[in-house]
Every structure is written in structure tokens, then in C-alpha cells.
Design a protein around this ligand. Structure first.
Ligand SMILES: NC(=O)C1=CN([C@@H]2O[C@H](COP(=O)(O)OP(=O)(O)OC[C@H]3O[C@@H](n4cnc5c(N)ncnc54)[C@H](OP(=O)(O)O)[C@@H]3O)[C@@H](O)[C@H]2O)[C@@H](O)CC1
Ligand SMILES: [K+]
Length: 521
């Protein structure tokens, strides 16, 4: 899969240094290239004579800004330069840029004086922002946001934490952000991504060679091209196949009078391409499932206390688990005594790839014994297990507050995966996927807030299950499932607007998104 990296400030600094020190590309050359790329984006939008304000800080981000201003000035733009910060803090490169503009006769101001510009170059802070923004810096950011002008942030909007996307007390609201070499975590994580405007990532000569043979950045997503080529994420589909070829999913879901979760999950497994889907649900849901999803095979149960029929059901379930290529358990099963007995039985007895979602996760969170069992199954029997908690379920499993998960979703997801020895999908505005086998964390860049609606998670569980039945391995099924799920949400929102999106619309979009028959490429 072609990856798109999101780097931390420490990783970016390492790649900068490797390019400068090991490959001997002078820092000022990188800066000039960064400036030229930024100028290119401005020239696409504004002509000569436009009024430009450059707001620089003392670090190299400020140096970039001064270079941008100088090139624009030479090309016929009217440029004002403002630099905020004490002289003793100027970086070497920034000093150099100041010497150059002085030779061209430019003057430097220490505060923003005019209120009207066509373009504002925000070069106050880049990836070197190290603490909350206060005093004159905060005031400067507020002024940039309040005066008129199209804001171009250099590298990252000033005030956004490049590692977490947090607003460090104040941040510039950019129209576009021109960044260099790799996108930063702060461009993709919330709330940072909402401050960037369009993010344009430019090659300035810092390439993958700067990894120096070591593992690359820790966090990645899928390349943007898969948005339009979603079918390329799917396993190859044999033209000569039959329903057995494309796998059998067992969906254990729903509780009394709660059939919706079960239906959404099973339908999604079918729509992503599973050959057969069998639903296991309480007897009360029989009629509605038969009516709404006649394609599904069905096995129903009554309360575990009704011993005779329960025994028969378990016998049937055992056969179903042998028959299945993958099992999804949890959506809407509730936390009743019967649900708990059923859940434990399935985790213990099944030997197939397993997706645990929703109430399954709540039952898991309550049982140390089951968590230990998961670890053992994974480590000793190489069982493929995926857990798909949203932030609140994750917090219950991890034993922390939901805000703590949101603050550091990348590390937390990896930690839980290590603890449970499985693949973890932590669902949030930016869903993360990690497993205990790999260091890297997948961070999803598709989807929108329209998907924050009941049943959306059931659809995801069905999609991941349907991919597993087609032979995709756990980690890839989780990543591809999350990416596709987000795309379905984006397409649904394009049709109806984000307010109106409902879980069923996501499954509906599966009819179109995979329409050009794809192969894994
Ligand atoms: N060759 C290269 O290296 C390339 C670098 N490139 C560019 O360099 C940028 C990174 O440059 P950088 O590392 O100098 O950091 P930068 O973001 O300018 O900020 C550091 C300055 O801000 C200050 N400061 C921090 N927080 C503060 C606060 N809250 N409030 C007040 N002050 C605060 C801090 O001062 P101090 O913490 O020491 O007080 C220091 O003076 C990067 O984003 C990209 O644009 C590109 O040109 C490509 C090639
Ligand atoms: K900036």
C-alpha cells in the first residue's frame, strides 16, 4: 500500500539534519526552496502589485517568511516585513535572511501597522513552537486573524502544536498552509487540521533518503489517490469464484428488540464482498432480519437459562464457528447474563479471525480473565483478533478517562494493542489502528462528523469482518476498513450534507465506491 506519512517535529528535525549534515545540502538552500514553493502558490492566486505582509518569528520559520517576502518583492509585489521577538534569539539562517533584505533596502517593523493586505505570510512559529503562546506573540496572532488578507501559513499555522494538533493558547486561521517534505501530525489531528485551510506539501529536497536506512516516520495513512481508487484496496476477486471463495462471515449481534445493529453489520459484510453471512441473534429478531435481509443465513437463541434449547443452540453455534472464515461479535448484543455467557463461549471456542465490537468490548473491559485469554490465544495460537472501541469504550478497556485517549490517541492505541496482543482500532474523528507486532500506527484521514451517528460503528465492524472473510490479514483489514468506511461517509455527506448522514447510507455507498473492480495494487 502506498503510504502518506505524518511526521512529528522531532522526526522532521532529524530528517532536516540528515539532509544538511549527511547529504551536505546547505540549510539556506532548503530555505530558498521552501520559499520558492510558497511563492509559487501565491503567484497562482495573486498577481504583481498585491500588498503582502510578512510576519516572521525569530526561528527558521521566520527565515522562510523573510525569504518569501524578498522573492515576492523582486517579482513586483509590495511587501511589508514585521519581525516579532528579541534579536538575541534570531537563528543563524534568519540573521542571514535579514542581512539580504537589508542590502535590498527593506525596512523591518516590530509590529503590524496597517490593517489591510491582500496576502499575509504567517511565519511566526513553525515546528519549533515549544510552549503556549503568550503576550506579544498571542496579540500578533490575533491581529493576523483579524485584519483583512488571505493567510498563507508557512509550514504550519503559528500556534498549532505540530505533534498533537493542539492550539497552544492562540493560533492562526490559515487559508492555505504550505508545508515541506512531509505533512506533520498537527496538520491531520484535530483541532489543528481545522486551522490549516488547504495543506500543500512541497518537495524541497528532504526525501526518504534522509531516513538513513532506519525505520521511517511512525505514523502514516494511505496515499490520497486511494480516495478515488478505493477498489485498489480490495483483495483480488476471482472471476471464476463461487460464494464459498469469497468467504463466510458469522455475525453475532443484536439483542431482544434491537435488530438494527445486527442488520447493519451483516449487510455491510455482504456489501464489501463476503460470499455468505450468517447472523446469530435472539429469537425475537428472527422475523425482522428475515424480512429486511433475506440474503442472510440465520441462527437464533433464547435465554441461556432455558437450558435445553441453549444446549442445542451452542451445538449449532459450534458448527457455525467451524463453517465461518471470520466472526464479528458485539454490535447490539447488550450486557445481559446471556450475552456475557455467549461472548465468553465465542472467545474461548472459536479458532477463526475475530472482530470484537461495541458491547463485546464492554464485556471484555469487565473481565481480566478474558483479556488474559485474548493474549494467550494471540501469542500461543496466533489467533487474529481485532478490537474496535470508540473513545469511551477504549477508555474503559484501558482504564483511563476518554479525554486522555483523545489527547494522545496514537500512543494510547499502540499501548492497548501491546497490552491485549491484538489489533486495535480506536475510533474517533481521526481513527488510529495499531497492533502489537509493528511499531507503526495508521492514522485515518477520511471521514467526517456526519458519521458520528448511531450504527456507524456496526457498519465498520461488518466491513472489517467482510474483508477478513476474503483473506485480508488483520492489520490490513482494519486499516483498509477504516479508510473505506471514512470514504463512504464522505460520499454520503457529498450527497446529503453532513447533518443528514445515517449509518445505512454508508452501507448504501458501498454499491458505488467499489464499482471499478479492483485488485490489491
Ligand atoms: N534547514 C532547516 O532547518 C529548515 C527549516 N525550515 C523551517 O524551519 C522551521 C523550524 O525552525 P525552528 O526549529 O527554528 O523553529 P521555529 O518554528 O521557527 O520556532 C522557534 C523559535 O520560536 C521561539 N518560540 C517557540 N515557542 C515559542 C513561544 N510559545 N513563544 C515565543 N517564542 C517561542 C523559539 O525561541 P525559544 O524557545 O528559544 O524562546 C525560537 O526562536 C520549520 O517549521 C520550517 O518552516 C524549512 O525552511 C526547511 C528547512
Ligand atoms: K507558521
Amino acid at each position: 500500500m502506498e503510504k502518506k506519512y505524518f511526521v512529528s517535529s522531532a522526526e522532521m528535525k532529524k530528517y532536516d539534519r540528515a539532509t544538511i549534515n549527511d547529504f551536505q545540502v546547505p540549510s539556506l538552500v532548503l530555505m530558498e526552496r521552501a520559499a520558492l514553493e510558497t511563492v509559487g502558490e501565491i503567484e497562482k492566486r495573486f498577481g504583481k502589485g498585491s500588498r503582502v505582509l510578512v510576519v516572521s518569528g525569530t526561528g527558521n520559520n521566520g527565515g522562510d517568511g523573510i525569504a518569501v517576502g524578498r522573492i515576492l518583492m523582486q517579482r513586483g509585489y509590495e511587501v511589508d516585513f514585521v519581525l516579532i521577538g528579541a534579536e538575541e534569539k534570531y537563528s543563524e539562517e534568519t540573521r542571514h535572511q535579514l542581512v539580504i533584505i537589508a542590502k535590498y533596502g527593506c525596512t523591518l517593523k516590530s509590529k503590524i501597522e496597517s490593517m489591510e493586505y491582500d496576502i499575509i505570510i504567517d511565519a511566526l512559529f513553525g515546528i519549533g513552537l515549544s510552549r503556549n503562546v503568550e503576550g506579544i506573540y498571542k496579540k500578533c496572532i490575533e491581529t493576523m486573524n483579524s485584519i483583512s488578507g488571505f493567510i498563507v501559513s508557512v509550514d504550519i499555522p503559528s500556534g498549532i502544536n505540530a505533534d498533537t494538533g493542539a492550539v497552544m493558547n492562540a493560533a492562526v486561521k490559515a487559508d492555505i498552509t504550505v508545508t515541506f517534505a512531509f505533512e506533520k501530525l498537527g496538520h491531520i489531528l484535530y483541532p489543528g487540521c481545522e486551522y490549516c485551510g488547504e495543506v500543500l506539501c512541497k518537495d524541497i529536497g528532504i526525501t526518504k533518503e534522509s531516513f538513513r536506512g532506519e525505520e521511517g516516520p511512525r505514523v502514516y495513512s494511505y496515499a490520497d489517490r486511494y480516495r478515488e481508487q478505493a477498489a485498489a484496496l480490495m483483495p483480488a476477486r476471482s472471476r471464476g469464484g463461487n460464494k464459498g471463495t469469497f468467504g463466510k462471515a458469522l455475525v453475532i449481534a443484536g439483542s431482544r428488540n434491537m435488530s438494527g445493529a445486527c442488520e447493519l453489520c451483516a449487510r455491510s459484510a455482504y456489501r464489501i464482498g463476503a460470499g455468505m453471512v450468517k447472523v446469530v441473534t435472539p429469537e425475537e429478531n428472527r422475523e425482522i432480519i428475515q424480512k429486511n435481509l433475506p440474503e442472510a443465513l440465520l441462527s437464533t437463541y433464547t435465554d441461556a437459562e432455558k437450558t435445553e434449547s441453549w444446549k442445542e443452540f451452542l451445538q449449532d453455534l459450534k458448527e457455525s464457528m467451524k463453517w465461518a472464515d471470520c466472526i464479528v461479535i458485539g454490535p447490539g448484543i447488550g450486557k445481559s447474563g446471556t450475552a456475557s455467557i455467549l461472548f465468553k463461549y465465542v472467545v474461548k471456542e472459536s479458532a477463526k479471525p475475530l472482530v470484537i465490537d461495541a458491547d463485546g468490548l464492554n464485556l471484555l473491559a469487565e473481565s481480566e480473565e478474558l483479556q488474559e485469554l485474548l493474549r494467550t490465544l494471540s501469542l500461543k495460537e496466533s489467533r487474529q483478533i481485532i478490537v474496535t472501541p470508540h473513545v469511551a469504550e477504549f477508555a474503559r478497556l484501558y482504564g483511563c478517562r476518554p479525554e486522555e485517549v483523545k489527547k494522545d490517541i496514537i500512543s494510547k492505541t499502540k499501548e492497548l494493542a501491546d497490552r491485549l496482543c491484538c489489533t486495535v482500532v480506536c475510533k474517533d474523528a481521526r481513527t488510529a489502528v495499531a497492533d502489537y507486532m509493528k511499531r507503526d500506527v495508521y492514522l485515518n484521514a477520511t471521514g467526517n462528523d456526519g458519521m458520528a451517528t448511531a450504527g456507524s460503528g456496526d457498519v465498520l465492524a461488518g466491513i472489517i469482518g467482510g474483508l477478513l472473510t476474503q483473506g485480508v490479514r488483520c492489520r490490513e483489514a482494519a486499516e483498509a476498513g477504516v479508510f473505506l468506511h471514512g470514504r463512504l461517509g464522505d460520499l454520503a455527506a457529498e450527497r446529503t450534507g453532513r447533518y443528514a448522514v445515517m449509518a445505512g447510507d454508508l452501507t448504501e455507498q458501498l454499491k458505488y465506491i467499489l464499482s471499478d473492480e479492483g485488485k490489491r495494487r
